[in-house]
Design a binder for this molecule. Structure first.
Ligand SMILES: C[S@@+](CC[C@H](N)C(=O)[O-])C[C@H]1O[C@@H](n2cnc3c(N)ncnc32)[C@H](O)[C@@H]1O
Length: 293
């Protein structure tokens, strides 16, 4: 396999599952320095998760060990960007973790809609290729037709471009339940190659580049403490404790008292955080309410 190619036979290639060794950790640090020099600073992310994915990328690029891959990094066109993408992991999906979206639809959004007469505002942090933003937009339109907006941000410009284009395959919602399809898709639209997302959603979702851990606390488009709902799902899971606390502090600073914070299934707020599990919902859903006091 040529460097830059996709994984085929892994014989003689990096084994992503082998235990960490000092030379691989050193190679990973070298790669993280190169990435930081190129504007993608992942040096605060947990080494175990990064190492696994760096090894996967090295194997996919046809290298026998991580050290050799990192040595070749500088001279391989586009490889630094491919490594950054692999490390940031952009996996997502429409109505991902369906019970979470069900609870938002049946419990949280109706409660937020009752509590505020003005436009409901949502910030989707780490939106990847956008499916999360379009999913929550569909439910907001259902709960509050025409009186909501979504700001969707990510640190990765390529993902954001895909998110804003919203060019998803026509079958992307085939496995979703009827309520999700009805909320997201243009009524009566014929089956087509591209997913017929409701036109009413497009006007109210904005995309902006923002690094939750970067120098700007919040995107220029955001006003602190002005969001009713903040989704920060599967973004902080790879951070070390200090950076996770910083990320949550920033996400919470953007949230109205009484507003909802939604984290990923493997993510929790620090015990001291100013949030409590959303009343009446199982804690496993990771939906929290910002305390009012
Ligand atoms: C696994 S995806 C999660 C997508 C979506 N939230 C979901 O749960 O389906 C993680 C996303 O977080 C983004 N991300 C990671 N660190 C970030 C940061 N510091 N600021 C903004 N986005 C970040 C990545 O670029 C990636 O698109």
């Amino acid at each position: 396999m040529t460097p830059g190619g996709d994984p085929g036979s892994m014989a003689g290639m990096v084994d992503p599952a082998s235990p960490p060794c000092a030379s691989d950790l050193q190679a990973l640090d070298d790669a993280l320095r190169l990435l930081a020099g190129a504007g993608v600073d992942l040096r605060d992310y947990r080494r175990d998760a990064l190492l696994r994915r760096a090894r996967q990328r090295a194997a996919a690029a046809g290298h026998a060990d991580l050290g050799a891959y990192v040595q070749a990094l500088g001279g391989a066109p586009g490889e630094l960007e491919r490594l950054a993408s692999a490390l940031l992991l952009h996996v997502t999906g429409f109505f991902r973790d369906r019970p979470v979206f069900e609870a938002l639809r049946t419990t949280v959004l109706p409660s937020l809609a009752r509590g505020a007469a003005r436009t409901l505002r949502c910030w989707s942090i780490g939106v990847a290729t956008g499916e999360e933003a379009w999913s929550i937009a569909a439910l907001l339109e259902e709960a509050r037709p025409g009186r909501w907006d979504v700001l969707a941000t990510d640190r990765d410009p390529a993902s954001l471009a895909a998110a804003a284009a919203a060019a998803y395959p026509g079958d992307a919602l085939d496995a979703a339940p009827a309520w999700a399809r009805e909320a997201a898709l243009e009524p009566g639209a014929l089956r087509a190659a591209a997913l017929p997302l409701r036109a009413a959603l497009r006007a109210r979702v904005r995309f902006a580049r923002h690094d939750l851990l970067g120098p700007r606390l919040a995107p220029a488009e955001a006003v602190l403490a002005s969001f009713d709902l903040v989704l920060c799902r599967n973004v902080i899971v790879y951070l070390d404790d200090r950076m996770r606390a910083l990320a949550l502090e920033r996400a919470l600073a953007a949230l109205e008292p009484g507003g909802a914070l939604v984290l990923g299934a493997a993510e929790s707020p620090p015990p001291s955080a100013a949030v409590e599990p959303w009343p009446g919902l199982p804690a496993t859903l990771r939906i929290f309410r910002r305390r009012t006091a």
